[in-house]
Design a protein around this ligand. Structure first.
Ligand SMILES: [Zn+2]
Ligand SMILES: [Zn+2]
Length: 79
């Protein structure tokens, strides 16, 4: 399995992501703020997959927070 472009920290899930508080999603306008939770960004922006811990592999979709619904088209998510 080729995994050259995977982040180094992918294996250790014990660390809380400073960007998204392990939610996996950040504010689209402020990628260093969680999209939900105690530190949620209040700017009202849309959610975006965390660039630090929720980067989907080629052909995959980002993991979603519980109960979160997003218009993810399996073929149309990426440009
Ligand atoms: Zn994160
Ligand atoms: Zn924001």
């Amino acid at each position: 399995m080729p995994s050259a472009e995977k982040p180094v920290a992918a294996g250790a899930i014990t660390t809380t992501c400073v960007n998204c508080d392990d939610l996996g999603w950040v504010c689209e306008n402020h990628p260093d703020r969680p999209w939900d939770g105690p530190r949620a960004c209040s700017c009202g922006g849309a959610g975006a997959p965390c660039p630090a811990c929720n980067v989907p592999a080629e052909g995959e979709v980002p993991r979603l927070p519980k109960g979160f619904q997003v218009e993810v088209d399996k073929d149309g998510w990426r440009h």
